[in-house]
Design a protein around this ligand. Structure first.
Ligand SMILES: *Cc1c(COP(=O)(O)O)cnc(C)c1O
Length: 383
């Protein structure tokens, strides 16, 4: 699904050198590499504060702790996402409220959010799934109307732009009150282990978050709040510093691969190729935006609408073509997150998507002949 080796070859010298510098100066935790990466990511994202941490799941949890969410508070998020999003809500004894998504973007459904709001609702967690932002104009408006926090789960969309209805742009993850991201190796900006970060434009929130990641300390050995130990180590920061200047090029390479997949697959009647959906008109070819970087294709996800998704997956496996089913089970049906308040009728889209989606290999090193091989195998099978 990903080719981390090819990407490494390209940055090998720089990465090896920065890692050996870290080894030489032994500032393994909170060293200068971490601080420099933080500043560079703040500049790249156009956000006031980046707080590095240990992984994307922690980033979400720390964001919720920083906002002061309390047990029993309801947090609305998408039913169709990676479990980390809902896991941290449950761990903090907040009440996850899962809602359906849109069938075209796979992102959280705004009407479903509004329907799920109760007096106990405190926050909305949109997940920018597969690399494209949720409808942040609408989400921020709903949040403002009901006085809710917005925590963006930006683990899959780092570098994506969001264009507001008024034409202004912001980077994914910097729009809500707090944003969270992951640097897991397979993410668009991945390190060589675990890593994550929290983003905010609010100075007070940034201060709070910096304490929480470090045992609730604002002054050494004075623990003002209950915190966690969640740090990005210097070796990972060194890798991320080598990769950050290339993130735009990486995302362009992903978009190029997506365009080629779509060009090959779009005419098949049982295949629905991914689309970009924005509140403003942008130039599109075959449903994919040409110019705004509104989708950075963490995943390239097809819908197979003739009931043959599982058979296709098996066929691809036999042909040696990697693929992924993200996600095979709606979160509301998972043992850990079942809740008698959920009503199947409220999840028609997720219940359908779990049967139809299949993701193809997506990374920065995809060659034309690989794309051709993969799409030929798919078309041969579905013929
Ligand atoms: C990867 C991911 C996370 C968690 O990130 P980790 O660094 O693996 O903890 C959270 N949410 C989504 C949507 C993800 O894809």
């Amino acid at each position: 699904m990903v080719d981390l080796k090819g990407q490494y070859q390209d940055i090998k010298e720089q990465v090896n050198q920065s890692i050996s510098e870290v080894l030489e100066n032994t500032a393994f935790v909170n060293g200068p590499e971490v601080h420099n990466f933080q500043k560079e990511l703040e500049d790249y994202l156009g956000v006031k504060h980046v707080i590095p941490c240990a992984n994307g799941t922690d980033a979400l949890q720390i964001a919720m702790m920083g906002l002061g969410l309390q047990p029993g508070d309801e947090v609305i998020t998408a039913d169709f996402t990676f479990a980390a999003t809902v896991e941290v809500i449950a761990l903090l004894q907040l009440t996850p409220v899962l809602v359906d998504v849109y069938p075209d973007t796979f992102n959280i459904d705004i009407e479903a959010i509004e329907k799920a709001i109760t007096p106990k609702t405190k926050a909305i967690v949109p997940v920018h799934l597969f690399g494209q932002c949720a409808n942040m104009d609408a989400i921020m408006a709903v949040a403002e109307k009901h006085n809710l926090y917005v925590i963006e789960d930006n683990a899959q969309a780092i570098g994506a732009n969001y264009t507001f209805a008024n034409g202004s742009k912001k980077k994914a993850g910097t729009i809500g009150h707090v944003g969270a991201t992951s640097f897991f190796p397979s993410k668009n900006l991945g390190c060589y282990g675990d890593g994550g970060a929290i983003f905010t434009n609010d100075d007070d929130m940034a201060h709070t978050l910096r304490g929480i990641v470090n045992h609730g300390m604002y002054e050494r050995y004075y623990h003002d709040v209950v915190g966690v130990n969640s740090r990005l180590d210097s070796i990972q920061a060194a890798v991320l510093r080598a990769k950050l200047p290339k993130l735009n090029a990486y995302n362009k390479a992903r978009q190029e691969a997506a365009r080629k997949y779509t060009a090959a697959l779009k005419d098949h009647p049982a295949i629905v190729t991914p689309v970009t959906v924005t509140n403003v008109d942008c130039n599109k070819t075959n449903g994919i935006c040409d110019t705004c970087d509104c989708h950075v294709f963490h995943q390239y996800t097809l819908k197979i609408t003739n009931g043959k998704r599982d058979a296709l997956a098996k066929h691809l496996q036999e042909m040696g073509v990697p693929h992924g089913i993200y996600y095979p089970i709606p979160l509301h049906s998972q043992k850990a997150y079942k809740d008698s308040r959920y009503n199947e009728a409220d999840f028609p889209v997720t219940n359908q998507l779990v049967k139809e989606v299949i993701a193809l290999p997506m990374h920065t090193e995809l060659e034309d002949d690989q794309i051709e091989f993969i799409t030929n195998k798919i078309l041969e099978f579905l013929r």
